[in-house]
Ligand binder design. Structure first.
Ligand SMILES: N[C@@H](CCC(=O)N[C@@H](CS)C(=O)NCC(=O)O)C(=O)O
Length: 220
């Protein structure tokens, strides 16, 4: 068998990078981890992601794949024989999973930034937007253990990295996500029981401290 070379280029706090870590862990794919200093980006990053110059990038046998959702689908399509599939086989179910993953991807990060970067009215807007998104998403779990059914699927892997940021959002925004979205928090706790998730998510306190420092750095 040809030896696979799998490298993940990432920055430790990235929720997008955590998605890729979870996917690789779920499939049991051995990989090399390369931490990229986003405050002093390497020339390697611009070689492997010349369009966006962002992490994560998965380099599989020297071929880079960019954009976390694209990487998740690439992993799912490349290692089909390992573990379960992240995307359902039914085309309509697959379209729905892609819809929700895309919705989370486009909306949640940007709205959440208003909570910890904004002040006054902007912060309130961010909090309301985040709760609207989380409540819509929560409605999609239904009575399944995971969005993907009995296993983690595309939507679970897209959303769960943001759980590490709930503490930051709640502390800055002075609200409780568990009070507003109890089923979603129960889902997140279920996800954390999976080793693939537990070992891929950064510590919420470290994220909070990092964001405090980043806010100071950006204010300079
Ligand atoms: N849509 C991208 C987002 C990636 C992204 O925003 N990465 C951030 C780290 S969390 C980054 O590399 N930022 C560096 C920069 O913006 O210069 C994905 O899903 O992979």
């Amino acid at each position: 068998m040809v030896k696979e070379e799998v490298v993940l280029v990432n920055f430790w706090s990235s929720p997008f990078g955590s998605r890729v870590k979870i996917a690789l862990e779920e499939k049991g794919i051995p990989y090399e981890y390369k931490e990229e200093d986003l405050f002093n980006k390497s020339s390697f990053l611009s070689t492997i992601n010349p369009v966006h110059n962002k992490v994560p990038v998965l380099v599989h046998n020297q071929k880079p794949v960019c954009e976390s959702l694209n990487i998740l689908e690439y992993i799912d399509e490349t290692w089909t024989d390992l573990s379960h599939r992240f995307l359902p086989s039914d085309p309509h179910q697959r379209a729905l999973a892609r819809f929700w993953a895309d919705f989370i991807d486009k909306e949640l990060y940007e709205s959440s930034k208003k909570i910890y970067r904004g002040i006054g009215e902007e912060q309130v807007i961010g909090k309301n937007e985040v709760l609207r998104i989380l409540k819509l998403v929560e409605g999609e779990i239904g009575d399944k253990p995971f969005f993907g059914g009995d296993n983690l699927g595309l939507v679970d892997i897209t959303l769960i990295p943001f759980y590490s940021r709930f503490y930051t959002w709640e502390t800055f925004g002075k609200f409780s996500i568990e009070e507003e979205c109890p089923n979603l928090v129960a889902w997140a706790k279920r996800c954390l029981q999976k080793e693939s998730v537990a070992k891929s998510l950064p510590d919420p306190i470290k994220i909070y401290e990092f964001i405090l420092d980043l806010n100071k750095y950006l204010a300079k």
